[in-house]
Design a protein around this ligand. Sequence first.
Ligand SMILES: *Cc1c(COP(=O)(O)O)cnc(C)c1O
Length: 374
Amino acid sequence: MKYGTLLLHNGNEIDPHTGALSIPIYQASTFHQTDIENPGSYDYSRSGNPTRDALEKTLAVIENGTHAYAFASGMAAVSSALAILEQGDHVVVSADIYGGTFRILSRFFSKFGITHTFVDMTRLENVEVAINQNTKVIFLESPSNPMLRITDVVGAVAIAKKHGLITMIDNTFLSPYFQRPLDLGVDLVIHSATKFLGGHSDVIGGAVITKSEQLAAKIYFVQNGFGAILGPQDCWLLMRGIKTLRARMEIQQQSALKIAQWLKGQSWVTDVYYPGLEDHPGHEIIKSQASGFGAVLSFKTDTMERAKTIMKQVKIWSVAVSLGGVESILSYPVKMSHAAIPKPERERLGITENLIRLSVGLEEPDDLMADLEI
Ligand SMILES: *Cc1c(COP(=O)(O)O)cnc(C)c1O
């Protein structure tokens, strides 16, 4: 079966009790046990819920894993994955990681004696240098946010294997439609399902997927113990979103490429960051590890004033944090997603006041381009 078909026919699309072409929302916290000697499949919805189960099985299939866990947000998924670590463990992490991941590592996990080193993962020798005897995890994000830097995932996995480390990747930007990191040897895949998986800017959710029994048991322990589970209604919304993942990703990517090429030709644009452009430094690597480039890009304007004017004057683009929805979104990383990162660090990463990030939705690209011209 081809992947586009699998998104709709993965064994979790029909309600086994009624034949309904949509798994019902089991809005229940607890489940009657007819025989206390032989408990049923479900006892309490923090530990397991049929709607969440259907979503988790779907996520496992579409990431080519065996176990998936749905969380209350992408950050709950990131944090729950990192919570499998022990006091004293060390994480090597991409320098231009999602702002929330930066914050939780530097200001939360550090309290429990879990240390980290941020490295520029576009050069794998930096990863080697950062590994010490306490290192347990290499945490990747590729493409990265908001600079769309590409990490050689296969190369990073090889380094991790050599040192006996676990690899985790935030796969939010490409979604499993374009990139399936478990196939590249990564151990844990993490999503903010709020973005492309949900796709409609109407739900906050997250997921962790693996094909390791051992890691799955650890993640389930955190999911059930810490309890940052996704509610049944939100699970249902995600399942609905996933049904159109292929259609959305294909069209949104097509438009993103068109807009990236157009931006490159504008006199008021100094830089365009989109891995689908042939001159992007990670273009060849992403082609070798993913089947597409996604629908997020960023660019720099000639002046900071112009960037601010664009943000103020756009009519079709929404000005918002978040990405991956059917509606196009402009964001200003300095004030939004990356405001938590101290300015000197931000500037070092290239996140300057003339940088704008685009998440391209389903509108006609011609209208989106016209709206950016001021
Ligand atoms: C949005 C996002 C997150 C956090 O997800 P939430 O659902 O907002 O908690 C993590 N990683 C990336 C790459 C994101 O874009």
